[in-house]
Design a protein around this ligand. Structure first.
Ligand code: FAD
Length: 511
């Protein structure tokens, strides 16, 4: 009895020391968690911002969970609390517009602690904690000669963060987005219930959470599909001055998605070169210094070039045949003569390519700056209009960062997930990944983003935002279209007090 009293007193003392003198709801002090709850300035500061550096919202406290039960206890406390408070999972904080922030609520730092992963070699899947970074998932699975199938371009993102959006890259046309490559999830709902869901169990919740912008639950575990990991990658870039030749080839390449691996590429992306293009662009270091190219020397009628980026994965045993296979594939494409740039590297180095560019950007002070990014899904039937109006119009000759463009096929996306894509079978992602080095640039780029959205609206180009950001519920309703009723019904069911992921600004919390 005395020992129990002592332990209880010690637990309360520990919480008070950690939480300090900030006024927090009494429910938080009684949580009894394995992890840590903190109001230390450094923790609160970190949880108040994100990669976008466009908005800041201070939470009242930050939790580093020790387990899924900790997450459940916190959310249940918020749900039961008389006054209520919001709770947001934060993966690696790589959102642009404060999506993982929780004003005066609690931010759960999901990536704060490393956990073990369980690789099921025979079954070819891996169970990971929701806050795990994809780079660590890759390292753990490579140990078994396996790797996830579908990727993002950058691996320092959390599993829960990308599964709340979609997770896209050049492999999406074959495997679908990352949300199409998940077998099972453990999720903490907005009532604090811990739910296991999959195609067979709690099916509606499973599909709702995938691409659900964190609205229906906090992912604490994901079971991710694996495949045998290739050893190496042949990475090829070719240039086009003609947009229609460029998109025709991209669409042709993704139409081969069901062909055997030897008859297609494994990754199809592309980017637009409007100005600084190949030189001052963190996606393009590859062209130099071994493959220097003088953009001015390439003729382009309207000052814009397009780069198709493709890869072939291979095992070391295939080295003899790979060149011929690639040659045969390239013969079918209509790029500008003498603009083939090739490099060859280990699979892991290819997947982790953006991180190396990040190092260079950081050393120049160009990484931790505001990022007014705009990501759009554009229907195939209007991509040429988008090219004329945006790449050759609104952007002028300054883009301030890479502009990615590549097509995807809707049939590879599970329509039961919460993500919204255009109506057509083929649609493009256009990602304007810009950095603002000063306030003038930030103002200009923000203005350009609004111009692009207005242009699409006025021209009747039915784009959908990826990593969407809106200020009013009317805009959200418009984004979801006829899926809004289902989305808001599922919200009511999973998170009736609307306490989860309030930083998305879709529903006003009832607190
Ligand atoms: P956070 O920003 O921390 O969170 C994002 C949202 O998800 C928030 O609403 C948060 O509350 C919610 N959330 C976080 N964890 C969980 C969880 N465990 N359960 C439920 N909800 C959760 N995206 C692509 O698809 N493809 C790319 O190639 C790509 N490249 C990128 C490159 C860079 C340099 C950056 C900065 C971003 C890139 N993104 C890309 C976007 C990225 O997928 C999103 O920003 C994603 O949200 C970031 O993940 P995060 O772990 O940092 O999430």
């Amino acid at each position: 009895m005395a020992a129990t009293k002592f332990l209880l007193a010690f637990a309360i003392w520990r919480l008070i020391v950690t939480v300090g003198f900030t006024v927090v709801p009494v429910e938080l002090l009684r949580l009894g968690i394995e992890g840590q709850l903190s109001v230390e300035t450094s923790h609160v500061e970190k949880a108040s911002g994100d990669f976008g550096m466009l908005t800041r919202e201070e939470p009242m406290a930050v939790m580093e969970p020790g387990s899924a039960e900790d997450v459940a206890r916190l959310v249940e406390a918020a749900y039961q609390s008389a006054q209520g408070f919001t709770v947001s999972a934060r993966g690696h904080g790589h959102s642009i517009n404060g999506q993982a922030q929780a004003r005066k609520g609690v931010v759960i730092e999901m990536s704060s602690r490393k956990r073990g992963m369980r690789v099921w070699k025979k079954e070819m899947y891996v169970d990971v904690w929701g806050g795990e970074l994809w780079i660590d998932v890759l390292k753990a699975t490579l140990h078994y000669g396996l790797a996830p199938k579908s990727w993002t371009d950058y691996l320092y993102l959390s599993v829960g963060g990308t599964l709340s959006n979609a997770g896209i890259s050049g492999q999406t046309f074959i495997h679908g987005p990352q949300i199409s490559n998940v077998y099972e999830l453990d999720v903490v709902t907005g009532k604090g219930e811990l739910l296991t869901c999959s195609e067979e169990r709690n099916t509606e919740s499973f599909h709702a959470v995938l691409g659900g912008l964190g609205q229906f639950g906090i992912i604490t575990r994901a079971r991710i599909a694996l495949e045998p990991a290739p050893h190496r990658v042949r990475w090829i870039r070719v240039l086009y001055s003609n947009f229609s030749a460029f998109t025709k080839d991209q669409e042709f390449l993704i139409s081969l998605h069901e062909k055997p691996a030897r008859e297609r590429f494994d990754y199809v992306e592309g980017f637009v070169i409007v100005d600084e293009g190949l030189i001052n662009n963190w996606r393009s270091s590859f062209f130099s210094p071994t493959n220097p190219v003088k953009i001015e020397s390439l003729k382009s009628d309207e000052g814009v070039l397009y780069c198709l980026e493709i890869t072939r994965n291979y095992q070391e045993d295939d080295e003899d045949t790979i060149d011929q296979e690639i040659e045969r594939m390239l013969e079918k494409l209509d790029f500008m003569p003498k603009t083939v740039f090739t490099t060859d590297l280990p699979y892991v180095d290819f997947l982790d390519r953006v991180h190396r560019a990040e190092g260079k950007m950081r050393s120049k002070g160009l990484w931790e700056v505001p990022h007014p990014w705009l990501n759009l899904f554009v229907p195939r039937s209007r991509i040429a209009d988008f090219d004329k109006g945006v790449f050759k119009g609104i952007l002028g000759n300054k883009t301030s960062g890479p502009i990615l463009i590549y097509p995807m096929n809707k049939s590879r996306w599970d329509q039961r997930s919460s993500v919204v894509t255009p109506e057509e079978e083929v649609f493009y992602v256009v990602a304007l990944l810009r950095s603002a080095v000063d306030s003038q640039a930030l103002h200009l780029l923000g203005h350009q983003n609004r111009q692009i959205l207005s242009f699409c609206h006025d021209a009747g180009i039915k784009v959908k935002q990826y990593l969407p950001h809106y200020s009013t519920q009317e805009e959200w309703k418009d984004h979801f279209g006829d899926r809004w009723a289902r989305f808001s019904h599922l919200k009511l069911h999973h998170d009736p007090r609307r306490i989860l992921a309030s930083g998305q600004r879709i529903f006003k919390p009832l607190t």
